[in-house]
Design a protein around this ligand. Structure first.
Ligand code: ADP
Length: 167
């Protein structure tokens, strides 16, 4: 083995390209109820790391969302209509089951806070143990870190215009 490629954090050797992490397909799952500028930021950054991003809109058959799932999917598809490297699908059930069905081995999630982090760490660990699927956590950009779908729903419920927070 070449000792240059074997060093950790040493020298100026870039990470090997090709079958390393960060190429291929990733899944960005969420409820996206609604899809905010914070979600859009994660999608665009994931595109810099992966060849293709599949946005997976999760729904619960027992519980209606704020916005019907078909509408969420249609809105996000329209947003990325000119981006051939983004696909939008809906799914129900376990995220890792959907990821496996789609042949995807990496999940991307955004982290806004320590409470997000604790939850995401737990999910990432369970998902990896169950299926070997790895999770890449991207820190929220500071300008979007306080955006959440639940706050958007709350504002809309009280008739506030939320358009400035949506992409
Ligand atoms: P879920 O119900 O699965 O948490 P969400 O639609 O709320 O779905 O969020 C999907 C993903 O996007 C999660 O990883 C969440 O942490 C992340 N996310 C939500 N809002 C933001 C934001 N403002 N900035 C960065 N990531 C975010």
């Amino acid at each position: 083995m070449n000792s240059e490629n074997n060093s950790v954090g040493g020298g100026n050797t870039p990470p090997p390209r090709g079958r390393g992490w960060g190429r291929g397909l990733c899944l960005f799952p969420g409820s996206f109820d609604p899809f905010t500028k914070g979600h859009d930021d994660i999608v665009r950054r994931a595109l810099g790391l992966f060849d293709e991003v599949v946005i997976a809109v999760g729904y619960n058959e027992q519980k209606a969302g704020w916005m019907p799932v078909e509408e969420r999917v249609a809105t996000i598809r329209k947003l990325y209509a000119d981006e051939p490297r983004i696909r939008v699908e809906s799914y129900t059930g376990l995220t890792v089951d959907f990821a496996r069905e789609q042949g995807i081995t990496a999940i991307v999630r955004g982290v806004r806070s320590t409470s997000d982090f604790e939850y995401e760490m737990q999910m990432a660990d369970v998902n990896r143990q169950l299926t070997g699927i790895e999770t890449i956590l991207l820190p929220a950009s500071p300008q979007f870190a306080s955006l959440s779908s639940s706050v958007m729903r709350e504002l809309a419920h009280f008739h506030h215009d939320i358009s400035e927070f949506l992409p």
